[in-house]
Design a protein around this ligand. Structure first.
Ligand SMILES: [Mn+2]
Length: 289
């Protein structure tokens, strides 16, 4: 299966050796528990990206000039989630060692496990900033430690600073694994009772920050095409403003966007994710370099 290049960039603008940014499609949906289709996510993001403008209004920049290489899918989708974790870890580690900025396109959330491990192998004291409706802190779910409901429990094994934003659903057994001071519930954000919550998020993060965006963090009114939608989500702008603050004060070492389950009825969701990737990249490169 041949995937098109992000934004349909061609020539030097998408050549591996000349690109600072590398997109990694991981079309895997082995463990989703409700609406299937996250394995179709990367292809849908890439197809929608052709319609994203190359000029970013907010930063007045054209980050595509840094070069964005799009890899072909790194898995077939038939692997076990443990195997996908190994493939992702090896791929992301190589990208870091090649001096590239890795951006992973999922896939369901379990694909992030390999990225967390890769980051842990190269950055001593990194943080994970998670946008998600769900805490994903179950130690084991449906018999697997690599289920999408266990991603951040695996993250916790390799990272000491996890901050969770947009949360509004969890199991009682997850309470032992979460730190309430580091969970920013969506209903608290939306009610305004947290005040300047983004400042509080920034205070918790170390210098090197890996960002994992489960797109179900957003309200399903914005983004319905996802495997486990939940009411009372945060806004697209909440994610952007948080990432902007991170880009202004920290070093973003990579990010992923997961759990888009494309649907013909909700094409806007594909575009929102395609554009989110570009806006995060624009913030990173405009504010840090
Ligand atoms: Mn998740």
């Amino acid at each position: 299966m041949n995937y098109m290049n992000y934004m349909n960039l061609q020539g030097d603008l998408s050549d591996y050796s000349k690109s600072e940014i590398v997109l990694v499609p991981v079309p895997f949906d082995g463990t989703s528990t409700w609406i299937k289709g996250a394995d179709k996510g990367p292809k849908a993001m890439l197809e929608a990206s052709e319609k994203v403008e190359l000029y970013d209004i907010e930063t007045r920049s054209s980050i595509y000039k840094k070069g964005i290489h799009t890899m072909q899918p790194i898995c077939t989708g038939n692997e076990k989630s443990e195997e996908v974790a190994d493939i992702v870890q090896a791929t992301i580690t190589k990208l870091i060692d090649d001096g590239k900025f890795p951006v992973m396109m999922g896939g369901e959330h379990s694909v992030s496990i390999g990225a967390f491990r890769a980051m842990a192998s190269r950055y001593k004291d990194f943080s994970i900033l998670q946008f998600d409706a769900h805490t994903d802190m179950r130690d084991i779910y449906f018999g697997s430690k690599y289920n999408h409901g266990c991603v951040l429990a695996r993250g916790k094994e390799v990272c000491n600073h996890i901050t969770q934003v947009g949360i509004r659903s969890m199991g009682e057994e997850e309470l032992v694994n979460i730190d309430q001071n580091r969970v920013f519930y969506s209903f608290d954000i939306n009610s305004g009772r947290l005040g300047n919550w983004i400042e509080k998020v920034i205070e918790q993060l170390t210098d090197d920050v890996y960002i994992t965006v489960d797109v179900d963090a957003m309200d399903p009114a914005y983004l319905p095409a996802t495997g486990t939608p939940e009411p009372e989500g945060i806004r697209y702008r909440d994610i952007l403003d948080t990432v902007k603050a991170v880009a202004q004060t920290k070093h973003i070492i990579g990010f992923d966007v997961v759990e888009l389950a494309p649907s013909e009825e909700f094409k806007a969701s594909d575009f929102i994710v395609a554009k989110l990737i570009y806006q995060i990249l624009s913030y990173k490169y405009f504010y840090q370099h």
